[in-house]
Write a protein that binds this ligand. Structure first.
Ligand SMILES: [Zn+2]
Ligand SMILES: [Zn+2]
Ligand SMILES: [Zn+2]
Length: 359
């Protein structure tokens, strides 16, 4: 009997916080309910409205499942157990829990899910007589794009950043905030000596998302410091770091920052042309041009006449990707071929573009 209780508690724990063995065996709510959930990629909001509801209902059956399996495996023990008042109260409680949960989900579902907490939170953004579904379509359209950033720190929750939205997905809820309506700040920093993915230790950051007007905290995103650069890259405004937390980014992310700082010291290139979108990210406008400034004989750079096609952040990534991974100390003084004409350039040859009306 005791073995069964312990086994069932461990099973429930693994079902709610699935380890990789449970995920690959399909023992998660999302795998079990795939036919009714639809596609997350195509119908992000509708998928998560159904997923949170299904998760609540299925998890609410777990206490009752204990009696069910006990009755099947050891029916006499189960009947004896119900003579004990504490277990009897627990039994009625476990019977009531799924009923209350199903009734609650039923109320959410009325009128095409408009009472679901996620739908209610979207209503805040449905101004000028728009419906919450129109906001949902907007988010779904942005989620379908390949440039979204998805960051997960554990198997049950993740954060998604699209062009204009910040979304936090947890088992029972999904929080959504428009990037223009919030400010982000680094809340705290945890250092772990050993993590699952590396033996050298890991740093985790908690980022608080606050309403820009009343400073009310909306939700917190916890992420590995190595994902921090990806997140910053996708945000329209910077993350406040009033506590001056030092972020242990990987060598690439640190290099991007140094590269960008160095290029900002170089003379700018003035142009009156309208720039196309960057070929790397398709998000920002191209804002760099290669103009040879180094002493060519010693450095080996050759002039490039390509029109501006890259943003600085993508050019930094391109540059870093073509360096000797074993020797990061040489990167800043090295060269790299132009992404288009393949003529080598160095960091001194990169200019930011200043838009002017006429030259
Ligand atoms: Zn770019
Ligand atoms: Zn070129
Ligand atoms: Zn050069």
């Amino acid at each position: 009997m005791l073995e069964f209780v312990i086994f069932y508690i461990i099973f429930c724990f693994c079902f709610i916080f699935p380890p990789s063995a449970f995920v690959s065996a399909g023992l998660t709510v999302t795998s079990l309910c795939t036919p009714i959930l639809g596609s997350e990629d195509l119908y992000f909001i509708r998928y998560h409205i159904r997923r949170t509801s299904a998760t609540l209902i299925i998890h609410s059956f777990l206490p009752l499942g204990f009696y069910f399996w006990l009755f099947i495996l050891e029916d006499r023990q189960a009947l004896n157990l119900l003579k004990n008042p504490t277990w009897l109260i627990f039994f009625w409680g476990s019977l009531l829990l799924p009923l209350v949960t199903m009734f609650r989900v039923f109320l959410w579902k009325l009128n095409d899910w408009q009472s679901h907490p996620l739908a209610k939170s979207l209503k805040k953004y449905a101004l000028n007589e728009r419906q919450w579904t129109e906001v949902a379509f907007e988010i779904e359209a942005e989620f379908r794009r390949i440039d979204k950033v998805s960051i997960s720190t554990n198997p049950v929750s993740k954060a998604v950043l699209t062009n204009t939205w910040i979304i936090k997905i947890s088992p029972y809820s999904v929080k959504v905030a428009h990037q223009n309506h919030v400010t982000l700040s680094l809340l705290k920093n945890e250092e772990h000596n050993v993590s699952i993915n590396s033996s050298t230790g890991a740093q985790f950051l908690s980022i608080q998302v606050e309403d820009i007007q009343n400073k009310e905290p909306l939700f917190t995103i916890r992420l590995n410091a190595l994902d921090y650069a990806d997140m910053v890259d996708r945000l329209q405004s910077p993350i406040n770091n009033v506590r001056g937390i030092i972020i242990n980014q990987d060598v690439n992310s640190r290099f991007y920052q140094v590269f960008i700082n160095e290029v900002e010291q170089n003379p700018v290139y003035q142009s009156s042309e309208e720039m196309d979108f960057c070929l790397g990210c398709m998000q920002r406008r191209a804002n760099t041009r290669l103009v040879r400034r180094c002493i060519a004989d010693t450095a080996g750079c050759t002039p490039c006449f390509c029109r501006p096609m890259w943003c600085l952040s993508c050019l930094a990534k391109w540059f870093a990707a073509r360096q000797d991974a074993e020797h990061p100390e040489t990167w800043l003084s090295s060269r790299c071929p132009c992404p288009t004409c393949r003529n080598p350039f160095c960091i001194l040859d990169v200019s930011l573009i200043e838009q002017v009306d006429s030259i």
